[in-house]
Design a protein around this ligand. Structure first.
Ligand code: COA
Length: 161
């Protein structure tokens, strides 16, 4: 089978900006975890689709830790890119910040790693994706860490049967 040409990380980089409305919040006036996960999944899916240039599905989401609450009215910046691609699967890293509207200062709210699988649009079965070309030192660090995480994920799946 012929190798697909690699694709640089910058081609999958995706940024979304959202404002937290009352219907995104819990009774305490803070954003609901489910809404955060929804936006993370969307941003990550766009990044994976840009890398694969085909439909993608979420195969797995690693542990998500919420570092701090975000109030209604808060501005959230979500950035995602593909860290590493194997055969048909990709690890996408997502980071979310709360942006202070007065100062523009950003505080880290949550990070997550998701695995997406590219599908052939005709058959709906997994299809090959291009390899990731890391361009910066951060890309290379994330690429190496993603390989380690993939190995741990495979071990956990094996143990779970
Ligand atoms: C994800 C899915 C397409 C994988 O199909 P499959 O028949 O298991 O395919 P394969 O066994 O050939 O695996 C394909 C790739 O997915 C990866 N994969 C499958 N399940 C995985 C999981 N739970 N976590 C991480 N990677 C997974 C495999 O490692 C493989 O990666 P590789 O090709 O890069 O080595 C299938 O399980 C599916 O459709 N799941 C539902 C997805 C969905 O609906 N998500 C939306 C919301 S839940």
């Amino acid at each position: 089978m012929t190798e697909l040409p690699g694709r640089p990380v910058s081609e999958s980089r995706t940024e979304m900006t959202e404002i937290v409305f009352p219907n995104d919040a819990n009774p305490l006036g803070n954003i609901m975890g489910g809404r955060v996960m929804h936006w993370i999944d969307i941003c990550a899916a766009i990044a994976a689709g840009r890398h694969a240039r085909s439909p993608v599905v979420t195969a797995a989401v690693d542990q998500i830790a919420f570092h701090r609450p975000v109030r209604v009215g808060g501005v959230l910046v979500i950035v995602a890119s593909v860290n590493y691609a194997h055969r048909t699967s990709m690890e996408v890293g997502v980071k979310m910040w709360n942006e202070d509207r007065a100062t523009g200062e950003r505080s880290h709210v949550v990070s997550a790693y998701l695995t997406f699988v590219a599908l052939d649009p005709d058959t709906g079965t997994p299809r090959r994706v291009p390899q990731v070309i890391p361009e910066t030192d951060d890309d290379r660090r994330r690429f190496a860490k993603a390989i380690e995480r993939r190995e741990r994920r495979l071990e956990r799946r094996e143990q779970a049967g």
